[in-house]
Design a protein around this ligand. Structure first.
Ligand SMILES: Cc1ncc(COP(=O)(O)O)c(C=O)c1O
Length: 330
């Protein structure tokens, strides 16, 4: 299958905020969205987005994973960017209508339909660095995506950097483009210099997250991950893994921890990245101050695999949805 995020369904759902209110959402053929060159988003980065998946089950219906939680996160992001906050029911309906229309384009699990609601500020004003955009466009893109693990899951290598931040304290938990722009350069440098897959941002030693995933540690009876604050994105996969871990009898330990603690723990703990694209992927190697440190023996972890399987079983309909995470679409 084509590279993640490069193939699109032929329709999108679009709603416009003008003159202080939202117009009706409409499903339109996928096409360029004409925009004024002075649009606020193009100059002052007034944008936020979401990313989540719908799975097609054997009954031919789709199930959207944690739709309402993603809509709520989008609302928080919009408020933090001072963009018009989409009504929760409107955004959820836009997603459901689009998924319903594109049902036949959803490949069978482990493939899925990736959904990307995006909100951009469109007021034509290049003198508005300190003013919000009063107009906005909200659209939902849909993209069939393949199995991230096709060809086998290789444990990842992370560069541990304790000097730079991925984002700022006020925007770390906002899903906005600028955070990805800030992470891009250092992540590419880490790839080039160390062959690292990702950079783990640990400013002043505080272990936070990578450019697009959360970071977790696992033993046979415990899961450790950073407790929620505004410095990093509150991943839905992270939250789901923690809930399933609790169901399975693990002790869930949400706490801040340092690079020093991390380097000690990985002698015995498994490490993994969590996110919508990769679900839960083992980390096999850390690079810190030019030194390579193996996470246990450097291989994939059994507890990581157990929890990934538990999550995918719910998503694919092989286990009951006891937490009410799925929205059915037909
Ligand atoms: C910066 C960042 N952290 C964490 C995540 C994981 O979030 P989720 O599990 O909701 O996909 C993502 C992916 O969206 C991300 O971009």
């Amino acid at each position: 299958m084509a590279q993640f995020g490069t193939v699109f369904c032929d329709h999108i759902s679009v709603a416009r905020f003008e003159n202080g209110s939202w117009g009706d959402a409409v499903i339109e053929p996928l096409a360029p969205l004409p925009m004024h060159p002075a649009s606020h988003v193009l100059h002052y980065a007034s944008t936020c987005f979401e990313g989540f998946k719908a799975y097609r089950w054997q009954d031919g219906k789709a199930r959207v994973f944690r739709l309402h939680d993603h809509v709520a996160r989008m609302q928080r992001s919009a408020a933090s960017m001072r963009l018009p906050v989409p009504d929760a029911d409107m955004l959820a309906a836009m997603v459901i209508d689009l998924v319903s229309r594109q049902l036949d384009d959803i490949p069978d699990p482990p493939s899925a339909l990736y959904l990307r609601p995006t909100l951009i500020g469109t007021s034509p004003n290049i003198g508005a660095a300190a003013a919000p955009s009063s107009d906005a466009i909200l659209f939902v893109l849909a993209s069939p995506v393949g199995d991230y693990f096709a060809g086998g899951a290789r444990p990842l290598k992370l560069l541990v950097d304790d000097t730079i931040e991925r984002s700022t304290k006020q925007l770390g938990s906002t899903k906005t483009g600028g955070n990805y722009a800030a992470a891009l350069g250092p992540t590419l440098d880490a790839k080039e210099k160390y062959g690292a897959d990702q950079l783990l941002f640990c400013p002043d030693g505080d272990v936070q997250e990578t450019g697009a995933a959360n970071f977790l540690l696992f033993s046979d009876d415990e899961v450790i991950t950073k407790s929620l604050d505004t410095s990093f994105l509150h991943g839905m996969t992270r939250a789901s893994i923690l809930a399933l871990a609790e169901d399975l009898g693990y002790r869930v330990n949400e706490r801040n921890f340092t690079v020093t603690e991390l380097l000690e723990w990985v002698q015995t703990y498994e490490a993994a990245l969590s996110g919508t694209a990769a679900t839960l992927t083992s980390v096999g190697t850390l690079v810190y101050r030019d030194e390579e440190i193996l996470v246990r023996d450097g291989g994939a972890g059994p507890n990581v695999e157990k929890l990934r399987n538990a999550l995918q079983a719910v998503q694919y309909g092989d286990a009951p949805d006891t937490h009410g995470w799925l929205t059915e679409v037909s």
